[in-house]
Design a binder for this molecule. Structure first.
Ligand code: FE
Length: 139
């Protein structure tokens, strides 16, 4: 996959303040506040920064945590994962593999078949309905 690398200034122009804070500054949206809680429309969730396909609607489940949750990404190379030792915890951070935008974290307490829970900020994603073209953002 070809990476999309932009300066912070360029990201600031392209993203809303909330998107910039979460995607580029590792922020977290308030629980229960995201736009994709409870949504079930068929389609693909893509990166709000670059359009990279991240998660399919069929992999979404209700985790009860207040954030959209998925059992797995669309493919192994859709996201990149990093150890995150902030806030006195050891967690696994999940980023978009194309633009390195912060998405959320993955925890080992999800449902079958993976046992994983990708806990993702709504503001980091856009929903593309089934059959619609993927709006990949170019530099
Ligand atoms: Fe991205």
């Amino acid at each position: 996959m070809e990476k999309l690398r932009l300066s912070d200034d360029e990201w600031r122009k392209r993203l809303s303040p909330d998107e910039f804070r979460v995607l580029r500054q590792h922020g977290t949206e308030a629980p229960w506040g995201g736009c994709f809680l409870g949504t079930k429309e068929p389609g693909t969730y893509v990166c709000a920064g670059c359009g990279n396909p991240l998660f399919k609607s069929g992999e979404k489940f209700e985790s009860g945590t207040g954030w959209p949750s998925f059992t797995q990404p669309v493919s192994g190379d859709a996201v990149s994962e990093y150890e995150d030792r902030t806030y006195g915890m050891t967690r696994t951070e999940v980023r978009c593999a194309r633009c390195e935008g912060h998405l959320g974290h993955v925890f080992p307490d999800g449902p079958p078949p993976t046992g994983l829970r990708y806990c993702i900020n709504s503001v980091s994603m856009k929903h593309v309905p089934e059959g619609a073209p993927i709006p990949l953002v170019e530099a």
